[in-house]
Design a protein around this ligand. Structure first.
Ligand SMILES: Nc1nc2c(ncn2[C@@H]2O[C@H](COP(=O)(O)OP(=O)(O)OP(=O)(O)O)[C@@H](O)[C@H]2O)c(=O)[nH]1
Ligand SMILES: [Mg+2]
Length: 452
């Protein structure tokens, strides 16, 4: 266990009502005592008491002192919080003073790391702290908070327990063949089948969970002058991008972040895709293609009053393998493109007629957008979602091992099944941190900010 005492400013740098300096470790109370007007060991634990920070016999600030003796603290160690006025200089001087008195500046995420190492929370919960702090929408926050409260860990631990008890029956029958009967193979198959279902359900939730945590990128593409920027402005409810009747107006990517059914969505308006001699425009076209390839969903805008061109067909080729909504804009004019022509170019897409100048077709467009982006959003609130690729990889590995084991169930020796079950057990333990390596732990906590 770490013996040294760490300190950091726990609130964001800048001016605010309150700025908090936090200490954690064996010496936290002794060190803080050196700058306190109160007798810290006599304070009621986990209650605020008004007092002063005193530096070299001079009062520096009037503050609230909170002493949280371990193990009943966030880190499990002795913790002291000093709630100062929220100024840059105040917090800096208080931090400096506790460092001079023997504390060490905390590394990023070190408070949370200590909480994990001292068993106050598991790894999935510790990771969820960052997600709670960074949540961009109410839905993202709710999903992250459920993980922080331990609902994901509970599910994972439930599956691990089933694996462990299955393993122990198998191993007992291997070790004591005379006394312990072999487990029933049909029953074994059922147990592994139901674990497979549980794992699959969690893995499937990743698409939704990832969007909620990381956000979702929707790229608007199309030929010049079809109405891409008009669409972005409609979504943003303001004139974010310049709209003119000159083809090639947009040259850079214009991004707008919007909450769509609880999912933080970035819409990117891009330069119209065409061959061009213009140096600036061609850089813009390059960027459009980059945004197209990393998009979670593509809105392909077409001017329905003009026939499909060679350029449109080239764009259609770039959409291969992407999630696409095709927008037939400018419906206020006579239409020259049919749905069947589009269907021949793009597979499994939704085609929506629209007029951005007349504002028609926009309701069904928004409904379709919400449907695609939120992936069935609202009813997901109560579920536990997988939001991190680290968790998804661990689940994939566990699933592979279980499937492999199922193949052995009918006729193979039991120890072959046991090997796979142990692999799955350990893969799942990576999520909660029971079986994770130290360098992985270090990497996870280094993503945190200082003071967390
Ligand atoms: N008639 C009609 N005109 C539209 C509609 N939507 C956009 N326009 C017009 O089409 C022109 C081009 O619109 P933009 O939104 O700038 O098109 P863009 O695709 O961003 O064009 P680039 O930036 O050049 O690639 C403007 O004059 C718009 O007013 C529509 O639904 N109907
Ligand atoms: Mg534009």
């Amino acid at each position: 266990m770490n013996k040294d005492t760490i300190a950091a400013i726990a609130t964001p740098l800048g001016e605010g009502g309150i700025g908090i300096v936090r200490l954690s470790g064996n010496e936290a109370i002794n060190i803080a005592q050196r700058i306190s007007s109160l007798s810290l060991r006599e304070l009621p634990p986990r209650r605020m008491t008004l007092g002063f920070v005193v530096l070299e016999d001079t009062r520096l600030d009037r503050v609230l002192w909170v002493v949280m003796p371990g193990p009943h603290s966030f880190t499990g160690e002795d913790v002291v919080e000093i709630h100062c006025h929220g100024g840059l200089k105040v917090t800096e001087l208080v931090l400096e003073a506790v460092i001079k008195s023997g504390a060490r500046l905390a590394e990023p995420g070190e408070f949370s790391k200590r909480a994990f190492l001292n068993g106050k929370m598991d790894l999935a919960q510790a990771e969820a702290i960052v997600d709670v702090i960074r949540a961009k929408t109410a839905t993202s926050l709710r999903v992250a908070f459920r993980v922080l409260e331990g609902h994901l860990s509970e599910k994972i631990e439930g599956i691990r327990e089933t694996l462990l008890s299955t393993l122990s029956t198998i191993e007992a029958s291997i070790d004591y063949p005379e006394d312990v009967e072999e487990p029933d193979r049909d029953q074994l198959k059922d147990t592994l089948g139901s674990i497979t279902e549980d794992l699959n359900e969690l893995i499937r939730s990743y698409r939704k969970g990832k969007s909620l945590r990381e956000g979702y990128l929707v790229t608007i593409v199309g030929r010049p002058n079809v109405g891409k920027s008009s669409l972005l402005n409609h979504l943003a409810k303001e004139e974010k991008a310049i709209v003119t009747d000159i083809p090639g107006t947009t040259r850079d990517v214009v991004e707008v972040e919007i909450n769509v059914g609880g999912v933080p969505v970035v819409f990117a308006d891009t330069a119209g895709l065409r061959e061009t001699e213009d140096k600036v425009e061609s850089i813009g076209v390059g960027k459009s293609k980059a945004y197209l390839s990393k998009a979670d969903l593509v809105l392909w805008v077409l001017d329905s009053s003009e026939e499909l061109t060679v350029e449109d067909r080239k764009i259609a080729e770039m959409l291969d393998g992407k999630d696409v909504i095709v927008i037939l804009n400018k419906q206020d004019k006579p239409s020259k493109i049919s749905a069947s022509e589009i269907e021949r170019l793009v597979e499994n897409t939704t085609i929506l007629p629209l007029s951005l100048t007349e504002k028609t077709g926009l309701d069904s467009f928004m409904a379709e957008l919400e449907n695609r982006v939120s992936l069935g959003g609202a009813e997901a609130m109560g579920e536990v979602l997988i939001t991190r690729v680290r968790h998804k990889n661990a689940l994939d590995n566990a699933l592979d091992a279980i499937k492999h084991a199922i193949g052995f169930v009918p006729t193979s020796p039991l120890d072959l099944i046991a090997i796979d079950l142990r692999i799955a057990y350990s893969a799942l333990g990576e999520i909660t941190g029971h079986t994770v390596k130290e360098d992985v732990i270090d990497r996870i906590f280094s993503e945190f900010c200082i003071g967390k």
